[in-house]
Design a protein around this ligand. Structure first.
Ligand code: NA7
Length: 543
């Protein structure tokens, strides 16, 4: 279909499918719909380039926590063979280069419209079309609307009084300036000690005159043990792609390692220590895999927590700082567990200090810096590593209205309700890639994304073959799924981290609902395949 939209703002572009977002999800979805099904499809992307999360998160130290050989698309053998990662964990610029390579290799750019922020999407039942509007006033229509907006793309800047009057500069890590930030000679305050703050702190500490880390919740972290990849490893990863794919598809969280079948409680203290030592030395997210019950049994979890606490006390020389850093209020990995490169070591530097803002809360930002209950900290730069309005935020930021004009915001007033994380009852032909209720953030994201994109593509192909025009989740099926998502979460320790973004607890006023599906990626894939095999059970299909 010719592009009728490039030059004239108010012109309507009509497509078979519109995809919102050009990150990992949107790129692959475009490839599938356009090149495999032959549909006319257009990606609408707010940024000026591809990359999604990796386009916006350019903060110092930004790196993926999944290992590079698994943080890749696996749909194309040729792509797997030709791309060479340089390090165990890919850094943001390298991931961005990878996604640009993918966009070029599959000739995707011609169907992506950059600098185009979608503000509204309305379903017109009579025409069975989605009408999509952008910030610039452009309008598009399509039969299918697919959100590929990411789970962590709506920055959460806390509403701390006085920020407007701060005389220095401030930044959120998820909206980092392209030109970078010069920390030389500056007093920097870093608020937040999630994965992002933990990655950024040691890098900022090297450049800044002084770094003050404001910690509200002490966080566990395990060394990443990042290193350059050897030619032997790269060859092995390429030669083993079929095995790696199989392992990633068979595990709970889509990573290329398996979880031990042993309980931490069956091991002797010596065996346990040896297993944790080995996992600590190996580094990375697979620390969680040392025993099978770390995430399901509090007593087992306590053994991991105690091991990490002891390690931090060994690393951090000042006992008072070590005590603040290990004052955990949640089980290990009940919040997304960070992995780090010299995070705890950074607190041994003369130019780094830690402020416990749980003990002495931040009261306001003053023109000079941050004022807690007990002191004022003079700062030139404040970095907010305060996370995101996760999972629902990017969807609710768009005014999405389904059948009878019902806003998604209203349908989700009490928290997100989806069927399989893929569709919402009352919103026909809308698919939500890695939506709430799917494993997404509990999983190595490209694995979760490929599964969703392929399922959606299969579903649309099924409809095309049978002349079906409309698919919509049945309310009963969505209710049952929401119940199952809750049961799956309750079978783990995850809901015990009461301030976690998995629960929406980091955003004031957000309903507390456990959003991702904790039942495991492999099990989820089986459920989705089964639903499709049964003729899309739980979905109403019509012509
Ligand atoms: P996270 O994991 O949501 O971490 C945000 C951090 O910011 C966390 O330590 C919060 O403390 C802290 N925070 C948030 N608001 C405040 C205020 N008002 N005052 C002080 N501290 C605050 O976001 P990240 O960007 O680190 O990581 C997001 C995901 O990206 C990560 O999980 C990976 O999947 C990749 P809290 O714990 O809420 O007390």
């Amino acid at each position: 279909m010719p592009d009728s939209t490039t030059s004239l703002p108010d012109r309507v572009g009509a497509f078979d499918a519109l995809i919102i977002g050009a990150g990992f999800s949107g790129l692959y979805q475009l490839h599938c719909l356009r090149d495999r099904l032959g549909l006319s499809a257009r990606v609408l992307e707010a940024g000026d380039g591809v990359g999604g999360t990796w386009y916006w998160n350019r903060y110092p130290g930004a790196r993926c926590d999944s290992e590079s050989h698994s943080y890749s698309y696996y749909f194309s053998e040729e792509l797997l063979k030709e791309w060479e990662w340089s390090e165990r964990y890919p850094e943001q610029p390298e991931i961005l280069r990878y996604l640009n390579h993918v966009a070029d290799r599959f000739d995707l750019r011609r169907d992506i419209r950059f600098g185009t922020r979608v503000t509204e999407a309305r379903y017109d039942a009579a025409a069975n079309r989605w009408h999509v509007s952008t910030e610039a006033g452009e309008r598009f229509t399509a039969k299918f609307l697919i959100t590929a907006v990411g789970c962590l793309s709506t920055a959460n800047v806390p509403d701390i009084p006085g920020l407007d009057g701060f005389s220095g500069r401030w930044y959120h890590t998820g909206q980092w300036p392209r030109e970078g930030v010069d920390f030389a000679g500056k007093r920097v305050g870093l608020i937040g000690t999630g994965s992002t703050g933990i990655q950024a702190a040691p890098v900022i500490a090297e450049a800044a005159a002084h770094l003050t880390v404001f910690q509200r919740t002490a966080n566990y972290s395990v060394p990443a043990r990042n290193a350059p990849l050897t030619p032997e490893f790269l060859r092995w990863a390429k030669d083993s792609s079929a095995d790696l794919r199989r392992v990633m598809h068979s595990t709970t969280n889509g990573h290329p390692f398996t979880i031990s079948e042993r309980s931490a409680l069956d091991a002797t203290p010596e065996e346990r220590r040896a297993a944790y030592e080995a996992a600590w030395e190996k580094g990375g997210l697979q620390f969680r895999a040392a025993f099978r019950d770390i995430l399901t049994d509090k007593a087992a979890n306590d053994t991991a927590a105690e091991f990490i606490r002891a390690k931090i006390r060994e690393i951090v020389k000042d006992p008072e700082t070590a005590a603040k850093l290990t004052n955990f209020d949640h089980p290990f990995a009940a919040k997304r567990p960070p992995i780090d490169t010299s995070y705890f070591e950074a607190f041994n530097r003369d130019n780094v200090s830690l402020v416990d803002v749980r003990a002495s809360p931040i009261e306001r930002i003053t023109p000079r810096g941050v004022k807690t209950r007990d002191a004022e900290y003079g700062l030139d730069i404040i970095v907010f590593a305060t996370g995101f309005d996760a999972m629902t935020g990017p969807l609710l930021k768009i005014d999405i209205r389904g059948r009878d004009g019902v806003p998604l915001r209203e349908a989700w007033e009490a928290g997100p309700r989806t069927y399989l994380g893929l569709q919402v009852a009352g919103f026909p032909n809308l698919f939500t890639i890695t939506g709430p209720g799917s494993p997404s953030v509990l999983c190595n994201m490209p694995v979760a994304i490929e599964q969703h994109v392929e399922w959606i593509t299969g579903c649309i192909a099924h409809m095309q073959e049978r002349g079906l025009e409309r698919i919509e989740a049945e309310p009963d099926a969505a209710d049952r799924w929401v119940e199952h998502v809750n049961e799956a979460a309750d079978a783990t320790l995850l809901p015990q981290a009461s301030s976690s973004w998995y629960l929406g607890a980091n955003v004031p006023g957000k309903p507390r609902v456990f959003m991702p599906y904790a039942g495991g990626m492999a099990r989820y894939r089986g459920i989705c395949d089964d639903v499709a095999a049964k003729g899309y059970e739980g979905f109403a299909l019509s012509d």
